[in-house]
Design a protein. Structure first.
Length: 279
């Protein structure tokens, strides 16, 4: 099914609209489809035909061959703010050029309003030149059927993805995870799930795990102290133990870490080692 989904998306490429015969798409929806299908991030340039700095960026940055080579790591799309005012409003674009890096669902990873020199553009494109294959199935599931389950799983997957990123990228991508968790919580309020409280607890624990990803074990420990473990269901008890063990290991407190080690599964220990390697 996944393979069929990718093939259908790629077949559509020939019908996509481009700007000035360059490799820029002009349809945001089509760009998102292509990004999900090809495991790439979106490079979004909000611009207008009357914008002097935008034209200068086209001439001095975007049109250069070495920049184009880096752009191949992205699905680039130009959004004309005059013809797509609602989209510009949605993303808070009040000045141009305004550059975004987004995931295939349009969640913002990076944004900045300003003219960028060629060297600044290349630095930006180098930094976020990531393959999102690790997230692929969950991005597709969310794209095809947005509900609490697909949103929650994608938020969790983004946290897992952060464990493999460099320190300077982790904050950007934990923010994306937060965005999906917030969206999942909103969906949970109106869902008919019987285990709403259990999922709320779970999301609270993932907020603590985010602090471990960002290498803030002291803050994570303070947050754990506010959790009443007697109110946790079995689904959350295991994660509660994992977080305690990992926090204490990061703090080089082997005595307290050992008190939690027996509660961990083999997969928990493997995951904890990823946190320790990254610190």
């Amino acid at each position: 099914m996944k393979r069929y989904f990718l093939i259908v998306f790629i077949v559509f490429i020939s019908g996509f609209q481009f700007v000035k015969a360059e490799n820029w798409l002009t349809s945001f929806d089509e760009a998102k489809k292509l990004a999900v299908a090809t495991n790439k991030l979106l490079l979004v340039d909000f611009w207008a035909s009357w914008c002097g700095p935008c034209k200068r960026m086209d001439r001095e940055s975007w049109s250069k061959e070495d920049v184009k080579l880096l752009m191949a790591n992205y699905v680039p799309v130009k959004i004309d703010i005059d013809s797509q005012k609602s989209l510009a409003h949605k993303y808070g674009v009040r000045g141009i050029p305004y550059i975004f890096i987004m995931d295939g669902n349009g969640k913002v990873i990076y944004q900045q309003m300003s003219y960028k020199r060629k060297d600044q553009v290349m630095d930006l494109l180098h930094k976020y030149a990531l393959n999102t294959k690790f997230l692929s199935q969950d991005l597709i599931n969310y794209f095809k059927n947005k509900n609490f389950a697909t949103t929650f799983r994608l938020a969790v997957k983004y946290q897992d993805y952060c464990l493999y990123l460099t320190k300077d990228l982790k904050r950007d991508f934990t923010h994306v995870s937060e965005t999906y968790f917030d969206e999942a919580l909103d969906m949970l309020k109106t869902s008919d799930l019987k285990s709403k409280e259990a999922f709320e607890q779970k999301i609270s624990l993932y907020e603590i795990q985010e602090q471990l990803i960002l290498e803030n074990p002291v803050k994570a420990l303070k947050m754990l102290a506010k959790i009443n473990d007697k109110e946790l269901d079995s689904m959350s008890q295991n994660m509660y133990g994992f977080l305690h063990y990992t926090v204490y290991k990061l703090l080089n407190d082997d005595t307290n870490a050992s008190l939690w080690q027996d509660k961990l599964t083999k997969s928990d220990m493997e995951k904890a080692s990823l946190f320790l390697q990254a610190s």
